[in-house]
Design a protein around this ligand. Structure first.
Ligand SMILES: Cc1ncc(COP(=O)(O)O)c(C=O)c1O
Length: 385
């Protein structure tokens, strides 16, 4: 969709791009300055495979504080983006045939990354009635002796659904009963992008005493608008980090040195928080604008997202009778005919839906949603909505 949107733009068409999975802001000033001065003034060599010690210490300190428990730098692996952190964890942990439970709709990469590690993705559907959260009974039905890992992405891409402490506690109780060997991987990449009344719950605070095996995926991409830096963090037991570091050592080695310095500035420089807060405020405003606009379109259904920067829209009322067979056809039609770029929900295991990102400027949110409303009334006139 992004490629098609770019091609239409090149033809001179106006396109409202709601397909992006990344903030539209510049990284914080201190980050840009740290990288610029490094590149200007110093040799840029390799770092240790697991990352610069100063960065691992900063991550350890930052996450110890957030999760309320001491985390040593030896339990931190710095990788080329959170995606790489997840891939390393899976390669290190999954044996052939091991099962990985993935509540769905889910980020597109999880199932394929599991398959690449010779594991078996076990997809468990979630529903809007439960805020797109994995239900304990559904988990109990699928876990067993082969279950090695449960993926918990809160808040979620694409649904924006988030797990409260009590949800996590229930899930932990199921695992402790049925599959105590199972590790939980919390993909916390959107944890600081949440909207009141929801607040992110630390899995370590909730399950630290119940389950031994927890892995945390975190990073700078979304919170600090640093997607292109490609820096992610994995926190896990020391033996898991040792194995994951070996995998990284024979595949990519340490992450790019300037990027690690940028990430260090993001975590350490006191001026960064104010800029992150300003981005958060912008996302909060755009979310409200988009939800109000979507709420005014008959037949579209959205559970207000707890976090991230996506609206997960049930558009199934507009499929079928309109001549648009599925969400792929709808997304294609919205882009070609109305210049509105979205991502079809099937990609995330959510047919009948489209994902709209509000990580784009305020005017585009307003105008793009107005376009969407026109598009939907055109479809309604064909007998849907
Ligand atoms: C749920 C989720 N996890 C992980 C990632 C990967 O983040 P990074 O860009 O740091 O690799 C993304 C990026 O879209 C994501 O949406």
């Amino acid at each position: 969709m992004a490629a098609r949107a770019a091609a239409l733009r090149a033809e001179g068409r106006q396109v409202f791009d709601f397909s992006a999975g990344e903030p539209d802001f510049r990284p914080p000033t201190a980050v840009r300055e740290a990288v610029a001065s490094l590149v200007r003034e110093r040799a840029i060599g390799y770092t240790p495979v697991a990352g610069m010690l100063a960065l691992r210490e900063a991550v350890a300190e930052h996450l110890s504080h957030y999760h309320g428990t001491p985390i040593s730098p030896a339990r931190v692996l710095v990788s080329n983006g959170a995606k790489h952190s997840i891939a390393n964890l899976l390669q290190a942990m999954i044996d052939p045939g091991d099962e990985v439970v993935i509540p769905t709709p889910a980020w597109v990469s999880y199932p394929d990354m599991v398959r690449l590690a010779d594991g078996v993705p076990v997809v468990v559907p979630t529903s809007p009635e439960h805020g797109w959260r994995l239900q304990p009974d559904d988990l109990a039905r699928v876990v067993g002796p082969r279950t090695r890992l449960l993926v918990l992405n809160s808040p979620s891409n694409p649904t924006g659904g988030g797990y409260r402490a009590e949800d996590i506690a229930e899930i932990g109780a199921v695992l402790a009963r049925h599959a105590p060997q199972t590790c939980v991987m919390a993909d916390d990449i959107y944890r600081r992008l949440t909207y009141a009344p929801f607040t992110h719950a630390s899995i370590v605070r909730v399950l630290g005493d119940v389950l031994e095996n927890l892995a945390l995926v975190d990073g700078v991409s979304k919170t600090y608008a640093m997607t292109g830096f490609r820096i992610g963090f994995l926190v896990a037991a020391e033996n898991v980090i040792t194995a994951a570091t070996r995998v990284q050592g024979q595949t990519t080695s340490g992450a790019a040195t300037p990027s690690q310095h940028g990430a260090l500035a993001a975590l350490r420089d006191p001026s960064v928080d104010a800029e992150v807060a300003a981005m958060h405020l912008a996302f909060t405003r755009r979310r409200a604008t988009m939800l109000a606009a979507l709420g005014a379109i008959d037949g579209l259904r959205v559970v207000p997202p707890d976090g991230a920067f996506y609206a997960w829209v049930d558009a199934s009322a507009y499929l079928g009778a309109t001549g648009l067979a599925d969400d792929n056809a709808l997304a294609q039609w919205l882009l070609d005919r109305h210049g509105v770029a979205s991502v079809p929900g099937s990609a995330f295991g959510g047919p009948g839906h489209i994902r709209l990102s509000y990580a784009t400027d305020d005017d585009s949110v307003v105008q793009g949603c107005a376009r969407l409303a026109e598009a939907m009334s055109e479809l309604a006139a064909r007998g849907a909505g």
